[in-house]
Write a protein that binds this ligand. Structure first.
Ligand code: 4GX
Length: 243
């Protein structure tokens, strides 16, 4: 998969995507990740990317002409059209289902807004999907873009190696994960649940399933369709959680 990011803060992308699984996916050629500076497409001598909002109000709005030029330039760098995603609190909430959908794309183009957002004409004419990573307001779309790339990378075939599969993890069966333990079996009197030391695999599986259900009921009843903001139709809200 190819991912292009448009931002006025390219430096923000050094770090989180240079470690661990995402780093390996990039080294292995599973993920081609490029960052582009929107400011390079500003035409005036101050290289402005934003301006005052028509109608008045606080803050600044990113200009449609600069964003459109930046997008057309980035588009020209590879043959695939790319799905254009704008990260915004006004978008549809990112879920496991949406992550899996995006992971099937050949190319993603992520646009990071700053200030009070972008001129609505850019969203109307250039953006395919507006996505939010949660109901809180950050200072820009850079962190949300990194969250999205991280989550999507885990679903690129081969990215997790043979040890792990995203299919076996939280949300794949609509439930939270069971708790995990490792050595030592006892530390300061804190003991690992006895069943896990028993070597009785059927009992261990039954215990884990029970834990997943109890935790989900306790912490995220919405995932079981018991009110709240579930995601029916998505993996996290499947008709038969845990089946
Ligand atoms: N999930 N931000 C977008 C600029 C902005 C402001 C107002 C539209 C309207 C965010 C989130 C998020 C910060 C990205 C503000 N755009 N993005 N940016 N939560 O908080 O995705």
């Amino acid at each position: 998969m190819r991912v292009d990011v448009l931002t006025i803060f390219p430096d923000a992308f050094r770090g989180p995507l240079d470690v661990s699984i995402v780093k390996r996916a990039r080294e292995d050629g599973l993920l081609d990740f490029f960052v582009h500076d929107i400011r390079e497409h500003a035409l005036d001598r101050h290289r402005s990317v934003d301006d005052y909002p028509f109608g008045g109000g606080a803050g600044m709005v990113m200009r449609v002409d600069v964003l459109d030029r930046a997008l057309e330039h980035v588009r020209s760098l590879a043959p695939e059209r790319g799905l254009v995603v704008y990260l915004s609190p006004a978008g549809e909430r990112l879920t496991d289902r949406i992550v899996r959908e995006l992971a099937r794309e050949e190319r993603l183009i992520l646009v990071c807004g700053r200030y009070e957002g972008v001129d609505e004409r850019f969203i109307e004419h250039c953006v395919d999907r507006e996505i939010s990573i949660g109901d809180y307001v950050l200072t820009g779309g850079e962190l949300p873009a990194m969250v999205l790339v991280d989550a999507v990378t885990r679903h690129i075939p081969g990215a997790l190696g043979d040890a792990a599969s995203p299919q076996e993890e939280s949300f794949a069966d609509g439930l939270l994960e069971h708790p995990q333990y490792t050595r030592p079996a006892e530390y300061r009197g804190w003991r690992v649940p006895e069943v896990l030391l028993s070597g009785h695999h059927a009992k261990i599986e039954a215990w884990r399933k029970e834990q997943r259900l109890a935790r989900t009921r306790e912490r995220r009843p919405d995932l079981l369709g018991e009110g709240g903001d579930s995601d029916p139709g998505g993996a996290a809200g499947s008709a038969n959680p845990g089946e």
